[in-house]
Design a protein around this ligand. Structure first.
Ligand code: SF4
Length: 276
């Protein structure tokens, strides 16, 4: 199976792209995926999340081989990757009082929580499992990567690791678009005939980090709705329906805030408005 990096080399849809259009802001989607506008800023939480993912992936791969990593080993993996990701990020910005070193220190406590609450010792099927599936009617395949696939009882569960500034509410996983997209993808893969369970392992980025397992399950009806949403998004993108979501929760952290401020002054947009 190809890696996610290889799959990204050809035109595709990803959960992130669909989610950006649908649940964040269609104009942000356009800046990021269509116009390829240079990012004005990168929140340090992005490289932090990537490095945490790498550490969790490394740990899971070791578990599959019957090895247990210690906290210092895991922390070293995190620190190394976090520095790499930070230096690859343009215009990195930190929240008040944060720095590369303070975030590396914070990660130690979060990784400690991950190790202390790890429950998948002998049931891991695959780690960093890339997928590519066709969504009926879409012009491009849907690609992605399951962080971990495990066996639980008779069934299969897809696990996704998240870092979060706060604890998730009880209902958040049930509404999450990623769980829907990934459940859809899993069912579409050749040898699968059952919708898997989905589990978010959420580690809080707080003073006393905790790890909580949030389970959710999608139905066939949910997946049908997902495929129609994906089709509608593709059609809207083709027609260049890109509008600022003026009160989006993402505005305060948007990498294209200045470009957005200029959006209505662009001649092409003016032309469209005047012609209407
Ligand atoms: S600042 Fe807000 S409205 Fe503008 S592109 Fe970003 S997310 Fe969209």
């Amino acid at each position: 199976m190809a890696t996610i990096l290889e799959l990204r080399e050809v035109p595709h849809w990803s959960y992130s792209a669909l989610n950006t259009y649908l649940n964040m802001c269609s104009l942000k989607y356009a800046f990021q995926y269509v116009y390829k506008t240079e990012q004005e800023r990168t929140s340090a939480s992005l490289p932090f999340g990537k490095a945490f993912h790498t550490a969790a992936t490394t740990h899971a791969k070791n578990v599959m081989q019957g090895k247990r990593m210690t906290l210092p080993e895991l922390h070293e993996v995190f620190a190394e990757w976090f520095k790499v990701e930070c230096s690859a990020s343009s215009n990195l910005v930190f929240k008040n009082g944060e720095s590369i070193n303070s975030l590396i220190e914070q990660a130690r406590f979060m990784l400690d929580a991950l190790l202390a609450r790890w429950i998948d010792w002998d049931n891991i099927v695959s780690v960093a499992h890339a997928f590519k599936v066709n969504v009926p009617g879409l012009n491009k395949p849907l690609i992605g990567e399951y962080d971990m696939v495990i066996k639980e009882g008779e069934g299969t569960t897809i696990v996704d690791w998240k870092t979060s500034a706060q604890r998730w509410s009880e209902s958040k996983a049930d509404k999450d678009f990623q769980a829907t997209a990934f459940s859809f993808a899993y069912l579409m893969e050749a040898d699968h005939d059952t919708i898997p369970a989905f589990r978010f392992d959420v580690v809080t980025k707080t003073k006393n980090p905790s790890l909580e397992n949030h389970y959710t399950q999608r139905t066939k009806d949910d997946l049908h709705r997902f495929s129609l949403l994906a089709l509608a998004i593709e059609r809207a993108v083709k027609k260049e329906v890109f509008l600022p979501a003026e009160t989006s929760f993402i505005c305060s952290d948007c990498q294209f805030a200045n470009a957005c401020k200029e959006w209505h002054r662009e001649s092409a947009v003016k032309h469209v408005c005047m012609a209407a």
